[in-house]
Design a protein around this ligand. Sequence first.
Ligand SMILES: [Zn+2]
Ligand SMILES: [Zn+2]
Length: 345
Amino acid sequence: MLDTISKFYHGLNAVGRTTLYTTPLLLLAVAVLLVLERKFPYRKGLPFFREGLWVDLFWYTLVQSYFLQILIFGFIIQPLAARLGAQFHWVSGWPVAVQVGLFVVTHDFYIYWFHRFQHNSAFFWRTHEAHHSGKQVDWLAGSRSHAVEIIINQTIEFAPIVLLGANPIVVPIKALIDAVWGMYIHANVDVKSGRLQYVINGPEMHLWHHADHEEVYFANFSTKFATWDWLFGTAYLPAGRKPVRWGLPYAFPKDYFLQHAFSVHRFDEAALAEQSALFRAYHGLRWRLLGWLGRHVPAARALQGWPVPDGAPETVARRPGSNPAPAAPVSPATPESSRPVATAS
Ligand SMILES: [Zn+2]
Ligand SMILES: [Zn+2]
């Protein structure tokens, strides 16, 4: 038995061996975050089987990442590396820890600016709004990212690692750091990290970023290092307050494919369902399946999640590229929403 395990281990390449460590560490991080979410919730009463959990877990985390990995590494980075060869092998001689550190910091700096740009460009907002569409944010909510956003960001993330001649094990190590830090900043955990929040980004600031409050529509863009927000004047961290509204201020489809279709062309799901029997059949399929399952296996009712009603927009500021709905009811600005954005000064 031990002999077989030893043979299997030594038969793997360095990347394969690294994933034997990074995968259990990832699962451990999930377990720790799940316990922390139950023990110290940021928003009390948020259920594990929240609305959209299955879309995030099945479509975004499993299916989309599987296919995008193949696309990004197999069809973009590898052909690039084959074409450019070894001419940029600048970091090859560096210790692995220094290589990881370099790519973590530089990519995080890039992602701050790209993320900020996405919030300011009506066109690129369409590649990011899905990430903001969940009204219940938890450890898995960060996985909801539009396919185009992932293709751009992960190509820019992993191409330099390959092209600059980093040790190949930097890829799974960096992927682990991304996954764990990404789950952490979205986790429904009431973290109070004090001065550490000037450097290490966490749920304190990123959960505000997911709030449907106009004062944070253009704030808290950092992913890993909150330093960028404090440095470039986009930090928002009010003392003793938590968001009361979450997600987008306009209706957004809940289905993976419709979320992507909506980014290309705006449509009204209810009107489409009325017009097209085909759309009705597709749109209701998941609910019919879940309903059938729930009737036969009562425990499976949890899979239906706890829906959150799509309330009328309560905020005034429009995110770029939102629903063209001039008739949408708009309430006057509350004293809260007219507060200035806090900066590092
Ligand atoms: Zn954002
Ligand atoms: Zn997020």
